[in-house]
Design a protein around this ligand. Structure first.
Ligand code: FES
Ligand SMILES: [Fe+2]
Length: 415
């Protein structure tokens, strides 16, 4: 970090977030190394590469990778960087291949990332060519460690990442497995957007139920997620992951809700089927919003299921890639419900468009005061599970973990 004082976290610790973490290029570089270069990161769904040879481009942090199913049916995650001169050789977003050939000098790799062909390796008419001791086996694509957990694929750049069972430990695992229960998935569609904000703001937005009950007129007015409903915030031991759980329809509209500025008593829906949700999970929970550090949001809102893959594109630009899915055994009516409810999400979603605007304006605002910091004290200053929506506890837990991974010390520790 360029200026020494910028490395120091405010003395209050995790109940403050200094604004320089959101736009300093050096912080961004260190995050790629210490967070995205080390952690397990979500890369896609196994259902997106259903057959041998199916591939899909993805990202780990800001690095381009390829998710590919090989001839044996195993899913590999390969860095999209040619072993010759570094070209990002795979240009298609998805497809089928028997091998990958880099366009530049046509070095060819198999579906496990091994180099299997170099043109003019022996030269022409005895002239040129690679040295005699050049061995194809020495020049594979970079291969990441891979875990396919019930159809959700995670990869890590670390040589020895932490055991996946430790990364996705209870109680988060139960929330995750409630959606990824082992049934084969069916991809229903994609939405992608570029939000001009730092990647952490997107993750934090989903750890923040406080805003959901205030900013989102649609949620408040139509009762999908409101402060007066029975709800919980669950954290894992490290604080990096979180699950926000809400049972919509559990309570009638209270005076408090009707006083919220975003409650619009005169708003009605022309098509009420948007709210027509079918109970499908045994626990009867209407909304579970999960954040898995560092780059995955998993949402179950009614019958809408989606992964939101966070791809940082620079300190103040992030791609958010939404994959909507259901199960292979869904009937037509349930698939139709899932698709209708997808109208709430994505760049122009009836709910999510508010977030895109709020995050853009937040990034713009914090630029005005890099020395200032966010105040994160709603619900106290601790990092314990909460049974209320008006809390920022999951943000404090996140900042606590983030400070640790990034090696930031608090101002008072410096004294
Ligand atoms: S850069 Fe890929 S073959 Fe040369
Ligand atoms: Fe939101």
């Amino acid at each position: 970090m360029t200026k020494q004082p910028m490395r120091v976290w405010p003395a209050e610790g995790a109940s403050r977030a200094p604004y320089w973490i959101y736009d300093d290029p050096e912080v961004f570089r260190v995050e790629q190394e210490r967070i995205f270069g080390q952690s397990w990161c979500y890369v896609g769904l196994a259902a997106e590469v259903p057959e041998p040879g199916s591939f899909q481009r993805s990202h780990v942090g800001d690095r381009s990778v390829i998710l590919v199913r090989d001839k044996e049916g195993k899913i590999n995650v390969l860095e999209n960087r040619c072993a010759h001169r570094g070209m990002e050789f795979c240009r298609a977003s998805a497809g089928k291949a028997t091998r990958f050939q880099c366009p530049y000098h046509q070095w060819t790799f198999d579906l496990q990332g091994n180099l299997c062909g170099v043109p003019f390796k022996r030269g022409i008419h005895g002239e040129g060519g690679m040295p005699d001791d050049f061995d194809l086996a020495d020049h594979p694509l970079r291969k990441l460690r891979v875990t396919n957990h019930n159809g959700a694929v995670f990869a890590s750049y670390a040589e020895e990442p932490e055991p996946f069972e430790q990364y996705l430990a209870e109680p988060m695992r139960a929330y995750f497995d409630r959606v990824f229960d082992g049934r084969p998935l069916r991809v229903l569609g994609y939405m992608r957007q570029r939000i001009p904000c730092n990647w952490k703001l997107i993750l934090e937005n989903t750890k923040d139920p406080y805003h959901a009950t205030l900013l989102h007129s649609f949620l408040v007015t139509f009762g999908l997620f409101r402060a007066d409903q029975k709800s919980e915030v669950r954290l894992d031991a490290s604080g990096r992951h979180a699950a926000l759980v809400s049972r919509h329809g559990a309570r009638q509209l209270t005076v408090a809700a009707s006083e919220m500025a975003s409650y619009k008593s005169d708003y009605t829906l022309q098509d009420r089927r948007l709210l027509d949700m079918q109970a499908e999970f045994r626990d009867g929970v209407g909304v579970v919003m999960m954040t898995l550090f560092p780059n995955l949001i998993l949402h179950q809102q009614g019958n809408s299921l989606a992964t939101r893959h966070i791809v940082p594109r620079g300190p103040d630009s992030t791609e958010l890639s939404w994959t909507f899915f259901g199960y292979e055994d869904d009937d037509e009516a349930l698939s139709a419900r899932r698709l209708r409810q997808a109208n709430l999400f994505g760049p122009a979603g009836l709910v999510s468009l508010d977030d895109g605007e709020a995050l853009k304006a937040t990034q713009e605002g914090l630029r005005n005061g890099r020395d200032a910091c966010a105040v994160v004290e709603m619900g106290g200053r601790d990092r314990e599970d909460a049974n209320v929506m008006v809390t920022e506890v999951a943000l404090r837990a996140f900042f606590h973990h983030y400070m640790h991974v990034m090696g930031f010390t608090r101002a008072e520790d410096e004294r």
